[in-house]
Unconditional design. Structure first.
Length: 92
């Protein structure tokens, strides 16, 4: 019976970890996709095809999103790590 609880606990922790990865990575990825789409439309309209024109705005957008959402995302990571450390003694 104890091994069933341990397996369930580990599977739940892995599932929550994967969901946390999606939640933490979503804001920068969405910002990069949106800015990349806008820049590509502007490049197509002006027929300027330079890779740095597409890269720099995406980099700036990702940095701004990480600065804005960083404390919230970091707090979620810390809560998850604390929950894992507190669950270690229950695993046998």
């Amino acid at each position: 019976m104890s091994s069933v609880l341990t397996v369930d606990l580990v599977l739940r922790a892995v599932r929550e970890g994967l969901v946390l990865v999606l939640v933490v990575s979503a804001p920068p990825l969405l910002a990069s996709v949106i800015v990349g789409f806008i820049v590509s439309v502007l490049q197509a309209a002006t027929q300027i095809q330079d890779t740095s024109i597409a890269f720099v705005p995406k980099l700036i957008a990702v940095i701004l999103v990480l600065l804005a959402a960083g404390p919230l995302l970091g707090a979620q990571l810390v809560r998850f790590a604390q929950a894992l450390f507190l669950a270690i003694p229950t695993v046998r």
